[in-house]
Write a protein that binds this ligand. Structure first.
Ligand code: SAH
Ligand code: DHB
Ligand code: MG
Length: 219
């Protein structure tokens, strides 16, 4: 089955242009730097871009930058008066991301903020950020509840919140899991009782296997 998922993604790549020279360059630079290939797939990178466009986002926050692949897809959706912040704990990742982002012509500035997200998030106000139109959570899954709480703090009515890797080959419903899953489930437990956001989740297959996104709009 995985082979078919990959082949279908390749078909979409050709027909829908889910990649281009710039994004391929970023993938190569990230790979050459010896970083794990855990960025979103090509089709999902473009999906994030389209979602940011649909939301007419002018301000975007990302938690978990890696080499800047999803960052650049999201930033491409921003208008000239837009702005994006992305937080990355690993200094090497942040450096590669900064280089990749600098190699792309973007209408709006992208601020790569180095540090642990939970240290950096409380200081975003000092950097002049107040509310974000779209927030993409894709860092250490253990802190997803805290990241979701921060995302809600930085939201306004209509803000879009997206969380990556919420299915993990179906392990999300496996009670015996001890790694990231219990923490991802805490986030779903929070959503079950939190009335501030309307959300759904989609299961995805493709180039990167079987996983999924949580997505919601703040009420
Ligand atoms: N969003 C990227 C992939 C991110 S991978 C893309 O799709 O292109 C997850 C990233 O989160 C890694 O680079 C990792 O170093 C970073 N990370 C892990 N824990 C973190 C933390 N506590 N604070 C900030 N970044 C963190
Ligand atoms: C992992 C993290 C991700 O953000 C992802 O998209 C895939 C895998 C990981 O930590 O294994
Ligand atoms: Mg991810």
């Amino acid at each position: 089955m995985e082979e078919t998922w990959k082949a279908v993604d390749e078909y979409f790549e050709e027909k829908l242009k889910t990649t281009d020279d710039i994004m391929d360059h970023i993938l190569k630079e990230t790979d050459d730097a010896g970083m794990q290939q855990i960025e979103v797939s090509k089709a999902h990178g473009k999906m994030l871009y389209l979602m940011a466009k649909m939301a007419k986002a002018k301000s975007i926050l990302e938690i978990g930058t890696l080499g800047g692949f999803s960052t650049v897809w999201l930033a491409r959706a921003l208008p000239e008066d837009g702005r994006m912040a992305t937080i990355e704990a690993d200094p090497n990742h942040a450096e590669v991301a900064r280089r990749n982002i600098a190699s792309v012509e973007l209408a709006a500035p992208v601020d790569v903020i180095e540090g642990q997200a939970l240290d950096r998030l409380p200081k975003l106000m000092e950097r002049g950020y107040s509310r974000f139109d779209l927030i993409f959570i894709d860092a250490d899954k253990e802190n997803n509840v805290e990241y979701l709480k921060w995302a809600l703090k930085f939201s306004h009515k209509g803000s879009v919140i997206i969380v990556d890797n919420v299915v993990r080959h179906g392990r999300i419903i496996d009670d015996t899991e001890t790694q990231a899953i219990p923490y991802i489930r805490q986030m779903f437990d929070m959503l079950e009782h939190d009335g501030r956001i309307e959300s759904t989740a989609i299961q995805t297959v493709g180039q990167k296997g079987y996983d999924g996104f949580l997505m919601g709009v703040v009420k």
